[in-house]
Design a protein around this ligand. Structure first.
Ligand SMILES: [Zn+2]
Length: 65
């Protein structure tokens, strides 16, 4: 055992998001993860990343599939 272990930040983020009950599908090109509830209908939406300040209530949005 080295005592030192690193995980890709994507893997950590994935585990955290799924644990929180989010859909958490990764945006195909942008640094965003779906924050809709797991199993939702309609497009994926990240409510936190990709927002324009003071103008948007949600950020990235992309279709399922
Ligand atoms: Zn989604």
């Amino acid at each position: 055992m080295s005592g030192k272990r690193t995980l890709p930040s994507d893997a950590l983020a994935l585990a955290a998001g799924r644990a929180a009950g989010y859909c958490w599908v990764r945006h195909p090109t942008a640094p965003a993860w779906c924050t809709q509830p797991s199993g939702h209908d309609g497009p994926h939406v990240d409510h936190y990343n990709g927002r324009q300040p003071a103008t948007d209530t949600e950020g990235y949005r992309w279709p399922q599939g």
